[in-house]
Design a protein around this ligand. Structure first.
Ligand code: SF4
Ligand code: SF4
Length: 396
């Protein structure tokens, strides 16, 4: 809350370089999928992208991030392809004590993670059953055994989470899933053969939310191919008690033209607004869905969610401008060459100048959402009153 108020004060003074609310670290740019809408990564680009740095460098990058930011998103590419992702998470959680950690994955490689969590939970359950059994048998009291079992043998979902496994290290697990329909997925991202695997992983992860104390959020990209299946996806989320966020497919940082001009897309956005008002588990603010619907320009404050590339380069002031290059932005400073976040930021602003004050060039949810919430304190409060975690933001 303090950072939010401090940023409000800065805005009132006309200072648009706002303090970050969280940092996004791309642990790897490698990916095992080839989503048609992916503008940066995908297996087809694996041979072109920056390799992940040695583990010690990745830790050092996290060290510097932590000097200025206490909330972290780990993403990719596909972050579960990073060979030491578990060690990085342990380091971020237990050594650096990030206040909040989210992992964004395509869900294809989650089976091992989920299976390991289930196995550990089951092992811990068996251990408890054994200890209760031993105790009761030695007292030769079957009644006691039954009573103790009733007290101690709890459903798997209620078992204590292991301390050092991926799910228990997270506050939020975000899985990209654009449709339940294998044929629609086949057209945009997942080969049909993987659909059932990912759905099974989503269901299993959903069932572990309570014991492992994390929230599962699905993130769906709306494309002309996936739009017809969105209602089913919403129903699936309600059934499995997971939240869902939506972002329109972006082409050159703007929502795809065929969507913006499609009556079905507009109807779907109107429906989202209606359902959200009724309390449906839809992530993202009403303000965001309204600007998507009306294509209203908004002021963007990209420094709220800075991006760090795998090898430590800070994308300044935002990923779209870093990618475009030019005078306003680029790879400003490598975190491996500085001691603190503030130092990195000073170098970046010296190199590229203050952040733009009136950029409306993109509608990417991960930038739009925090900017809208920061600029509109009344709506921020209203969202909070509706029970929405507006400081968590949606990916996309
Ligand atoms: S899973 Fe993500 S990173 Fe990989 S190709 Fe798809 S959108 Fe791109
Ligand atoms: S609108 Fe997009 S391109 Fe412009 S500053 Fe924000 S994130 Fe960057």
């Amino acid at each position: 809350m303090f950072a939010y108020l401090q940023n409000l004060f800065r805005l009132r003074r006309g200072d648009f370089t706002l303090s970050p609310r969280l940092a996004v670290y791309y642990v790897t740019m490698q990916c095992n999928l080839n989503c048609t809408y992916c503008e940066d990564f995908g297996a087809r680009r694996n041979h072109l992208v920056t390799p992940a740095p040695p583990f010690e460098d990745a830790k050092r990058i996290l060290d510097v991030i932590r000097t200025g930011v206490d909330r972290l998103w780990l993403t990719g590419g596909e972050p579960l392809m990073h060979p030491q992702i578990l060690d990085l998470l342990v380091y971020a959680r237990h050594d650096l004590k990030f206040r909040e950690i989210s992992l964004i994955t395509n869900g294809t490689l989650l089976a091992d993670v989920v299976a390991r969590n289930l196995a550990l939970s089951e092992a811990s359950a068996n251990e408890r059953r054994r200890s209760v059994g031993d105790e009761a048998t030695s007292s030769s009291n079957r009644g006691l055994l039954r009573r103790r079992r009733a007290q101690h043998v709890v459903p798997l979902q209620n078992m204590a989470a292991p301390r050092n496994d991926i799910l228990s290290l997270l506050d939020r697990l975000i899985i990209s899933l654009d449709s339940l329909d294998p044929q629609a997925l086949d057209l945009v991202s997942l080969p049909q053969t993987h659909t059932e695997t990912v759905l099974a992983n989503v269901r299993a992860a959903a069932s572990l939310q309570k014991t492992h104390k994390f929230k599962l959020i699905l993130n769906a990209v709306i494309t002309p191919e996936t739009l017809p299946g969105m209602d089913k996806l919403l129903a699936f989320c309600a059934e499995n008690k997971v939240q869902i966020s939506f972002s329109p497919q972006s082409v050159n940082n703007l929502p795809r033209y065929e969507l913006v001009t499609s009556p079905e897309y507009r109807l779907f956005l109107e429906k989202l607004i209606r359902l959200k008002k009724q309390g449906a588990p839809i992530f993202g603010s009403l303000s965001y869905f309204r600007i998507l619907l009306d294509q209203t320009p908004y002021e963007c404050y990209p420094t709220l969610i800075p991006r760090i590339l795998p090898d430590g380069w800070l994308a300044y002031p935002c990923k779209p401008m870093e990618k475009a290059g030019g005078e306003q932005g680029g790879q400003a400073v490598n975190l491996l060459n500085v001691q603190t976040w503030d130092e990195a930021w000073k170098i970046a602003t010296k190199m590229y100048g203050e952040v733009p004050t009136s950029c409306v060039s993109c509608f990417q949810q991960c930038y739009a959402e925090p900017s809208l919430m920061q600029a509109r304190p009344v709506e921020y409060v209203l969202e909070r009153l509706r029970g929405n975690d507006v400081s968590a933001y949606a990916p996309g």
